[in-house]
Ligand binder design. Sequence first.
Ligand code: BEZ
Length: 236
Amino acid sequence: METIQEITAMPRIGDKAPEFQAVTTQGPINFPSDYKGDWVILFSHPADFTPVCTSEFMTFATQEEKFANANCKLVGLSIDGLYSHIAWLRSIKDKIEYKGMKNVEVKFPLIEDITMNVAKKYGMLQPNESSTKAVRAVFFVDPKGIIRAIIYYPLSLGRNFDELYRVVVALQAADAFEVATPADWYPGDDVIIGPAGSCGTAENRMAGKEDMDCKDWYFCTKKISKEEILNKVLKK
Ligand code: BEZ
């Protein structure tokens, strides 16, 4: 019998993504090894045939190509069986029209997890929110299989997919240019450069001798154009 700590343990940012094998709507997968070399978002939803989840799947499926163009694949999961997943995705395609989206085909894999094996490994079960459903968890895993960002939402709150895309682009931009991205950053906005010592001395920074804009010795930005960012991050 597992303890509550084992059921609710969560991987953390910087950890290797826990490994698992699973059955999905697109066949079996080995995670994260099948995604080596790509970014991947592993996300959970509470249940098939529920409205918020349906709106999310329609939105994600409609944007799958945009994420693929930013080198990012998508993998969904809920504590439902494969035949429920297949029936739900068929119902979405055949019957649901929402916000201009219709005939939406979900082509990315949706994991069946009736044993809750994966949900437990990823801390997707949060018993004080629901003891029978996964919360809306989002794990951003890099091409080396390392968890780089995690976002959790409660059952009642549908995710913002523009934000998920912004995270994917910002993480890749930070890696490629060795910078950080400030609040509400979008490609083309100024980026934050490293601390004094590694990026110019404090004196030179404050004397305006470095190629950067310093608000104070600890807060310096520089410009990277939207084109430079997108050239690095997006597929040609
Ligand atoms: C929904 O996706 O609509 C939903 C699922 C579980 C609880 C509440 C809402």
